[in-house]
Design a binder for this molecule. Structure first.
Ligand code: SF4
Ligand code: SF4
Ligand code: SF4
Ligand code: FES
Length: 759
């Protein structure tokens, strides 16, 4: 429906604006600066700072523009002596208790309060009373707090509640003694740090980076998170060759996640400059021997000679090429080119924790963007746990329900935290999520599905009716519980459920940052299981960029050990490099240029923030150098953009894309995944039905909601390099004193032994 427009006059100029628009937004969109502290777009109104005052004709007093919805013919003044005087007075009140300690405040140089104070200049301070002084302290291993700097805008409490659904911080005490605090003095939350990000002052601070650098010392580089598939945009703050911090602060970056990041994106970066990074290429000259440091030339020559020998003796298919879905599109493209054009093997595969290929093989509609999730009318979430695995998606779901009135239909065997937002929770028996997909696709299976799921058939019918009755967007999401056939049924749901005034969009929940890109790059000649099952027999050598997952090493470790030659590109020595004959030091996401494709289908830039650590090199370059030694020059001239140019020209969904088209993170580019036609789903329905029939009728349901952080705080190769993650993984013990970082008070061993606090 076309938007209804109304006329508003601001400072003597006429504007056509959408009916229902908020005055502060309209003024700002039209370049009339309005100061504010408490207003934050897409959060509940607070209206407490009174900085956003304007004069509206025919209204008796100055009005707060954040609370005013524009009406037709409204005449507004945003700048006048009267307004400035009122705003100066409000600022003076805000500073009544605020210490003027900007030179020692971590937020100094990027503080909204400091900026506004300097903007006005010549601000009077008439209060002579003693300010409330309170000691600095820690609220958690991640969040430091200087309570006396608080201006009570309550952005922090609102993001904690509305974005995170946690409500872990609140205002306590009364009047001039009001402070933002925690329940019980210690934050047992998901430690996202979004309260730090949105705080306009130096009250809530990054406890892991505190007092290490000033903002003006940092070079800010906009890049994409390397953890989950949500693909948050972030600003990497580096000083020299050290990555100091990561923020999503909107003065530096304004991507699909706004100022949101989760704990991993914000705090999980110290692995980049970690002392345990592999520094040089390593060669194991003899099986059972040690990995010995070597030069790049030696290691590349050694690798090429051995790969050549294996292929000469056993044929092209004796080499398996494997790439992690954590790598950039450029690296994965080079790996596939290496497999198909250099060694010409059919054995190439992706290492991923959850394969969503069946979705793309049957894709019946577009992928939902995070913005579309936020504005969806109905969201169907089958399996998965986005709160722990794709936290931005979880935030969008929460806001769609809480701020947008969407209905959430949750199908899960576990009452995950998003259950609190669900309008319908279909609590299935473990392993019966596929039955829900069967019933949603074809109602004639309701009785079977309901019996196996342990729910009423009417619950399934209600879910179908909610979807069918939706006017607006329906977003269907699914997690790793679904079988390939069930994924295919979900992929076709746009055909099953679309109707007049209703779009059905799909949003997979893969587990790795570039799971979607890895499929797009076509590195799936075989499944990894097929490649590994041939390891040690027909597959005699493996070239691995990234590492195998623990389950692969558990199930196929012996087979991998039997190959004649194993090459690994990695950041750290681990269980995969322990089996390798050659290890190449790979550069991390902070040291390279490239792209990742997220679960929206957005292809987003990864940008080099610091020089490669030690002798590491980008994965795509390492593969290209080995290829050159084997006689095939990829011709990429040391530039990731030339790799991208070729991959875009050869990958239909990316056709004609170039780096300059991806430069603006505020306008991410969605790749054009091919939409499959409507299929006859008879075979998949039959296969899912068969699997559902074999389920038990009496499986016990899990009734406990999982603890916050059980997935987020899990120690992985990267997060274990962050000392604070160890505290969180050990249960986030409350320290003896909040004034000293818990890192200095608690030693993590099996008993969480407390050390005497040291200053
Ligand atoms: S870190 Fe995140 S979850 Fe914890 S209090 Fe701050 S906003 Fe809330
Ligand atoms: S801690 Fe920061 S965000 Fe929270 S109320 Fe105080 S000034 Fe506002
Ligand atoms: S939600 Fe995902 S992409 Fe965003 S910061 Fe967290 S791990 Fe990174
Ligand atoms: S921004 Fe309007 S009252 Fe604070």
């Amino acid at each position: 429906m076309p938007e209804e427009l109304i006329k508003v006059t601001i400072n003597g100029k006429d504007f056509q604006v959408a009916k229902g628009a908020r005055l502060i937004d309209v003024c700002r969109e039209n370049q009339f600066d309005i100061p504010s502290f408490c207003y934050y777009a897409d959060l509940a109104l607070q209206a407490s700072c009174r900085m956003c005052l304007v004069r509206i004709e025919k209204m008796p007093k100055l009005q707060t523009s954040c609370t005013i919805i524009c009406t037709d013919g409204m005449v507004v003044t945003t700048q006048s002596e009267e307004i400035e005087k009122a705003q100066r007075s409000m600022l003076e009140f805000l500073l009544a208790n605020h210490p003027l300690d900007c030179p020692v405040c971590d937020r100094g140089g990027e503080c909204e309060l400091q900026e506004l104070t300097f903007d006005w200049g010549n601000l009077e301070e008439r209060f002579i009373e003693q300010k409330n002084a309170m000691p600095e302290k820690y609220l958690s291993p991640m969040v430091a707090n200087d309570p006396q700097r608080c201006i009570l805008c309550k952005r922090c409490t609102r993001v904690c509640d509305e974005w995170m659904g946690e409500d872990a911080i609140e205002a306590g005490n009364r009047g001039a003694n009001t402070v933002i605090g925690t329940y019980g003095g210690w934050l047992n939350c998901s430690q996202c740090g979004n309260c730090i990000e949105v705080c306009p002052t130096g009250t809530l601070l990054d406890g892991t980076y505190r007092h290490q650098a000033r903002p003006w010392e940092l070079t800010q580089t906009v890049s994409t998170c390397a953890y989950c598939s949500d693909g948050c945009q972030m600003s990497l703050g580096s000083r020299g060759d050290e990555l100091m911090r990561i923020v999503a602060r909107d003065r530096y970056v304004n991507g699909l996640n706004g100022e949101f990041l989760c704990i991993k994106g914000r705090f999980g970066h110290p692995f980049v400059n970690h002392e345990k990074r592999i520094r040089t290429p390593l060669i194991r000259y003899k099986k059972g021997g040690k990995l010995i440091p070597a030069t790049w030339d030696e290691a590349i020559r050694f690798t090429a000679q051995h790969l050549d020998a294996v292929v000469a003796e056993h044929g092209n298919n004796s080499l398996g090429v494997v790439g992690s879905a954590r790598l950039t599109n450029e690296a994965l493209y080079c790996l596939r080119k290496f497999a198909t054009e250099v060694v010409e093997t059919e054995n190439y595969a992706i290492v991923d924790a959850f394969c969503i290929k069946p979705l793309f093989d049957n894709l019946g509609g577009p992928l939902a963007t995070h913005d579309e999730i936020r504005h969806a009318k109905t969201i169907v979430l089958i399996g998965g746990e986005p709160e722990e695995l794709q936290p931005l998606t979880a935030k969008q779901i929460r806001q769609a329900v809480r701020n947008g009135g969407a209905k959430l239909i949750l199908v899960n065997s576990v009452p995950i935290r998003l259950r609190e937002q669900a309008s319908q929770f279909i609590h299935t028996r473990p392993g019966a999520e596929n039955a829900a997909v069967l019933a949603l696709t074809d109602g004639s299976h309701d009785d079977l599905a309901a019996r196996k799921m342990g729910v009423g058939a009417d619950e399934l019918d209600l879910a179908r009716r909610t979807i069918a009755g939706t006017l607006g967007d329906v977003v269907v999401m699914f997690g790793p519980e679904l079988s390939s056939e069930a994924q295919a049924l979900v992929a076709q749901m746009p055909y099953t459920f679309a109707g007049e005034a209703r779009r059905v969009l799909l949003h997979p929940l893969p587990l790795f940052n570039n799971s979607v890109g890895a499929l797009d790059m076509g590195l799936h000649g075989k499944t990894l299981t097929e490649t590994l099952s041939a390891a040690g027999s027909s597959v005699r050598a493996l070239y691995v960029a990234g590492s195998f997952l623990a389950e692969h090493l558990r199930d196929a470790g012996d087979a991998i050990r039997r190959v004649d030659f194993l090459v690994v590109q990695e950041l750290f020595e681990n269980d995969t490099t322990a089996l390798a004959d050659v290890v190449f030091p790979a550069a991390s996401f902070a040291e390279i240029d490239g792209t990742y494709t997220n679960n929206d289908g957005f292809v987003q830039r990864v940008r080099k923030s610091i020089e490669p650590v030690s002798q590491s090199k980008p994965d795509w370059l390492i593969v290209s150098q080995v290829a050159k030694e084997l006689g095939v020059d990829f011709g990429f001239e040391m530039s990731a953009s030339s790799v991208f140019r070729e991959l875009a020209d050869r990958t239909p969904a990316y056709v004609s894309l170039r780096y300059p088209a991806l430069k603006d993170e505020t306008r991410p580019v969605q790749v054009k995944h091919a939409i499959a036609s409507k299929h006859d789903l008879g075979n998949q329905i039959e296969s899912v039905r068969h699997a559902v029939e074999s389920l038990n009728d009496d499986g016990e349901k899990c009734s406990d909601t999982p603890q916050v952080g059980h997935g987020l705080f899990k120690l992985g190769t990267l997060t274990e390099k962050v000392p604070q993650f160890h505290l969180l993984a050990a249960g986030n013990p409350k320290p003896e004193t909040f004034r000293i970082s818990p890192l200095y008070q608690i030693t993590i061993d099996e008993k969480l032994k407390r050390q005497p606090a040291v200053a």
